[in-house]
Design a protein around this ligand. Sequence first.
Ligand SMILES: O=C(CO)[C@@H](O)[C@H](O)COP(=O)(O)O
Length: 230
Amino acid sequence: MSYLELKREAYEANMELQRRNLIIYTWGNVSQIDRAKGVMAIKPSGVPYEELLPEHMVIVDMENNIVEGQMRPSSDTKTHTHLYRHFETIGGVTHTHSTYATAWAQAQVSIPCFGTTHADFAYGEIPCTAVMSDEQIERDYEEETGVQITDAFAGKNPDEVPMVIVAGHAPFTWGKDAAKSVYHAVVLEEIARMAYLTKTLNTQQASLKQGILEKHYQRKHGKNAYYGQS
Ligand SMILES: O=C(CO)[C@@H](O)[C@H](O)COP(=O)(O)O
């Protein structure tokens, strides 16, 4: 894929985020990697989506060096590259401050799997990362955000749970490409909203036990259903 094509795909995914109403002003960002070239295209920092153009996307290598681009890459660049270096099957990363997923992140609570809608897309709970130490924050907040995410996925398969909420911050999602990572961001926001409403209904948690929901995930993904492709 040429840099132009990579920029175009990352650009289209960023615009889909806005079309899906997951963006306020310049919040959030989407990237896509070209693993053969060892670079990603990512949204430039602080540019309103209404003014964004494909040529504004910044090409960055996995050591966070700007390879091509006139603008400063997203302030979350180091988190994106950390995820690409550690989750070797992913091709796209999305970060938003979408309301319900961010509320769970601020509450520092993992999102339980209450039903099959959630289980269609994630195996078990959607983890919330541990709270970062002051030393981590002072050292390098964005890189350490990536560390907190990969630590939260120790023993987990990122293809089975293509989403996470970062304690005190907001969600990150991923997928086989930028478009799929945006799809997972939209799904996560709806799952987070449903889970919040389920909790506020203050009913005894439904009798659906986790085992049934995890079997539901395996049944759906085992049949390689559309949403089974991460
Ligand atoms: O999480 C944050 C800031 O806390 C970012 O997502 C900003 O909301 C967007 O930053 P840029 O991508 O424009 O640098």
